[in-house]
Design a protein around this ligand. Structure first.
Ligand SMILES: NC(=O)C1=CN([C@@H]2O[C@H](COP(=O)(O)OP(=O)(O)OC[C@H]3O[C@@H](n4cnc5c(N)ncnc54)[C@H](O)[C@@H]3O)[C@@H](O)[C@H]2O)C=CC1
Ligand SMILES: O=C(CO)COP(=O)(O)O
Length: 320
């Protein structure tokens, strides 16, 4: 039996640990010692998830657990991944590291697999991504995700290890497509939320979702992604979930932007930093990303939603 360690005890890491615990040996590792000790005692964190932890799930803040792992699921936010890897590089060497966060690093403009490859060259990066709210996964509701692994044999082995009767993993070798789909859909979800929050209606949201998806594909394909991956769970599938549901923090953040309200402090909103990163990447690669650029300008407070929508409508007419 492989020892799975989920690193990052936020909503998603806790949900994944809950879902995988039972038939597998699973440890949930978090950096905050007192918080993990409390969680170990109470076996629940209602602020994060409505379900209790299964008795078999081990909970710790001891870094030695990272070293003992056969495989690690990294459920820290994208902007924290580089720091986490630097802190634990020795313990994580030569292991399969499954990136579960969705974003592009704002400083390096890299996705999680390149961040892992640079920080720990001996590690084997994978990506686990797709439409899944932590609350749904923790409750055992049916969910389908994409597992990307460069080595098809290892991908097949880990697909079996990380699937459960209700958590169905599809595999691919397209790491770039999987991670960019997951990262970029958050930006489009912010745009869709801002559109509804600003009172522009559901037809406009459908237009933004579709044109935003065209942008996602444009950027991802130039970065080496396969179109089939973008059309699958990790791209279109996750975009549909995130851009249509108030269960999404990115969408809710967009709603607040659209209404001109401030958002709940301290909540992880990956699409905000990723919009800035993707806009810079688009400039660097010479790719037209009007929706992304508008979200980046909104996030930075340079424009309001009304002017963002007007700027998008004023663009020259073109072929679809
Ligand atoms: N919540 C959800 O429904 C889903 C989240 N995700 C992705 O999972 C990632 C994490 O999201 P959540 O768990 O929801 O966020 P969260 O805000 O609930 O938790 C983030 C956790 O990461 C920890 N963390 C931050 N920096 C760290 C560091 N340097 N070292 C160790 N731990 C660190 C924090 O202490 C916190 O426990 C994000 O990239 C998100 O896009 C993916 C699918 C679903
Ligand atoms: O990635 C997610 C769903 O697949 C979670 O979305 P939010 O981070 O917007 O809540």
């Amino acid at each position: 039996m492989s020892g799975i360690v989920v690193a990052g005890a936020g909503a998603f890491g806790t949900a994944l640990a809950v879902a995988l615990s039972g038939t597998r040996e699973v440890t949930l590792w978090g950096r905050d010692g007192p918080a993990m000790a409390r969680l170990s005692g109470t076996r629940s964190n209602p602020r994060l998830l409505a379900v209790p932890l299964p008795p078999a799930l081990d909970v710790t803040s001891d870094p030695a657990a990272l070293e003992r792992a056969d495989i690690l699921l990294l459920a820290v936010p994208a902007q924290a991944l580089r720091g986490f890897l630097a802190d634990h590089a020795e313990a994580l060497a030569e292991k399969p590291l499954v990136a579960c966060g969705k974003g592009i690093d704002l400083e390096t403009l890299e996705g999680p697999t390149a961040v892992i490859a640079h920080a720990i060259p001996s590690a084997r990066p994978l990506v686990l991504t797709g439409p899944s709210f932590a609350a749904d996964i923790a409750r055992g509701l049916p969910t389908a995700l994409t597992l990307a692994c460069a080595d098809p044999e290892e991908g097949t082995r880990l697909q079996a290890l990380l699937s459960t009767p209700v958590l169905r993993l599809y595999r691919t070798t397209d790491l770039v497509g999987a991670e960019l789909g997951g990262a970029l859909k958050n930006v489009v979800a912010i745009a869709c939320g801002a559109c509804l929050g600003g009172g522009f209606g559901e037809s406009a949201r459908a237009a933004l979702l579709t044109r935003g998806f065209a942008e996602m594909r444009r950027l991802a394909l130039v970065c080496g992604a396969e179109d089939g991956t973008l059309m699958g769970l990790s791209g279109l599938g996750d975009l549909v979930l995130t851009a249509m549901s108030e269960g999404s923090r990115n969408y809710r953040y967009g709603l607040h932007l659209g209404r001109g309200e401030s958002f709940e402090p301290g909540v992880t909103v990956e699409g905000a930093a990723t919009a800035l990163a993707a806009a810079r990447l688009g400039q660097r690669l010479g790719i037209d990303l009007p929706v992304t650029d508008a979200v980046a300008a909104l996030v930075e407070g340079h424009i309001d939603v009304g002017s963002a929508v007007r700027a998008l409508l004023d663009r020259p007419l073109k072929a679809e």
